[in-house]
Design a protein around this ligand. Structure first.
Ligand code: MG
Ligand code: ZN
Length: 225
């Protein structure tokens, strides 16, 4: 048993070191990295499309899309006007730091301000693999149900912002927002939370403001920036 635990620790330690290297690459180029995580169908790609369309004129951004098999999401990001790199994980259910390292090598980071990473749709292991991005964002959605913070505490505990997508469906679905938010608050007090609808556009502005605030913060921290 002890040996098995040792192996897991070595794998995670190697990932942490590679993630630190990715962070250094981003920092050296003054790029802010966001890691978007969610269950399948929550609206990661739709939110990325909104973000590209609305911020693409003022922010130089690229998208790295993790997917088990297809390039559908990267194609959508490219169609919305961003540089898009596809990572096919070959069946792996999360991205890790070595996969992001490979993608960073294909981007000219000095020509970027913002890197959005779309992780594989999964509420469990993506939370355990640091990528080297600066902020982690979880996208929940109304049809998933109001019990998800209680069922996936590891994911809700570790993120820096929470988007609650598909609020246009609230009239049609039994989703107790107070119950949901109590679960989130117990795990991650004061978490920046953005209820919105990618379909109607309601609330998207607040999300965009948060993204821009991350970029401003970064510029203040950058030497000579
Ligand atoms: Mg997607
Ligand atoms: Zn996984």
């Amino acid at each position: 048993m002890g040996r098995r635990i040792q192996v897991v620790e070595n794998i995670m330690g190697a990932n942490e070191r590679l993630a630190a290297g990715n962070r250094q690459m981003l920092d050296a180029a003054g790029v802010v990295g966001l890691n978007l995580m969610a269950s399948p169908g929550a609206g990661k790609t739709s939110l990325i499309e909104h973000t590209i369309r609305r911020l693409g004129q003022q922010v130089r951004l690229a998208v790295v899309d993790g997917d088990i098999a297809t390039s559908i999401d990267a194609d959508r990001a490219a169609a919305a006007g961003a540089q898009a790199i596809q990572i096919n994980t070959g069946g792996e259910c999360h991205l890790d730091a070595v996969m992001l390292q490979a993608a960073l090598g294909q981007l000219d980071l000095n020509d970027l301000d913002l890197l959005i990473v779309e992780n594989v749709g999964n509420l469990i292991c993506p939370a355990n693999f640091a990528l080297g991005t600066h902020k982690s964002v979880l996208i929940a959605s109304i049809p998933e149900g109001d019990d998800k913070p209680y069922k996936y505490p590891g994911m809700y505990r570790g993120v820096d912002a929470l988007v609650i997508n598909k609020i246009d469906l609230l009239p049609y679905i039994a989703f107790d927002m107070d119950y949901f938010r109590r679960g989130v608050a117990a795990l991650n007090p004061g978490l920046a939370t953005f209820p919105l609808s990618c379909r109607t556009g309601e609330g998207v502005e607040d999300w965009l403001d948060w993204v821009l605030a991350q970029l401003k913060h970064k510029v203040r921290l950058s030497p000579g920036g």
